[in-house]
Design a protein around this ligand. Structure first.
Ligand code: C5P
Length: 239
């Protein structure tokens, strides 16, 4: 499958058209940004690791009945995906308090939440991706009521599947971000990525951070953490 023109360039990915109208190529970059692009850097081999981890998780979720945009992996850093219209929402699921939730409601990092918490952020760079509620989503017409219900149910199911899978590999799924898209036929499917860039992964025993917080907070050993997650998830050594 040949790459045609670049349709979009984000902080960590590029999206290309192909000769097939409803299929795109996603390319995962080594570039890393944090704090809305204020901090910039590179994480060696992140593109390859994130492509492979996303595909692994998407296949796992597909096997559990969750539809995703993945068609197939093309090479180390690129995958072929279905074209969808992205719903401009970042859906964040949380199991333990960390990051912005810990700050917002005054919980200590690592506190177990009594039940998973779901949050919505409006994908709008100019506004700085603000936290919004269901009433705002309806007001902004970002999703129909039924679509939103589907999206919430899917997010809880994904959280259940991933948490269980990772727990068996001695990883706590602290929180993560999802994005959904709508196909031409109006179906809501999972899109974007599930990687150490978009999830918080902690070693269940040592509570060591194995995700992008190592880059955000200058904790060192960033590459090693991404490789460790690849190994824990796939059961294979990184190269
Ligand atoms: O920063 P915060 O605590 O709100 O992040 C919650 C989760 O969502 C984290 O796992 C983080 O990596 C992810 N996230 C993301 N992209 C964003 C914001 C948060 O992947 N733009």
């Amino acid at each position: 499958m040949e790459k045609k023109e670049m349709l979009y360039e984000g902080k960590a990915k590029q999206l290309f058209a192909t000769e097939v109208t409803d299929q795109l190529i996603v390319h995962f970059k080594d570039d890393a940004t944090a704090f809305n692009g204020q901090k910039k850097g590179q994480i060696k081999e992140k593109g390859k690791i994130n492509n492979k981890i996303t595909n692994f998780f998407f296949k796992l979720l597909e096997a559990e009945g969750i539809k995703t945009h993945l068609i197939r992996e093309l090479n180390q850093t690129d995958s072929l995906v279905k074209k969808v219209k992205i719903i401009p929402l970042e859906v964040v699921m949380r199991n333990l308090a960390a990051g912005s939730l810990a700050k917002r409601i005054g919980f200590t990092e690592g506190k177990l939440l009594r039940q998973p918490v779901i949050e919505f952020y409006y994908k709008d760079d100019q506004l700085g991706d603000p936290l919004i509620n269901i009433s705002h989503i309806e007001l902004l017409k970002l999703a129909e009521h039924q679509e939103l219900e589907k999206l919430i149910a899917l997010s809880h199911k994904i959280n259940y599947i991933l948490s269980k899978f990772l727990k068996a590999r001695k990883i706590d799924l602290v929180d993560f971000k999802l994005e959904f898209g709508k196909t031409a036929s109006g179906e809501i499917i999972l899109a974007d990525e599930i990687t150490p860039d978009t999830c918080r992964f902690w070693d269940s025993q040592t509570k060591e951070k194995l995700d992008k917080d190592r880059f955000r907070r200058d904790l060192g050993n960033v590459e090693a953490a991404y490789q460790e997650m690849y190994q824990r998830i796939t059961g294979q050594k990184w190269q």
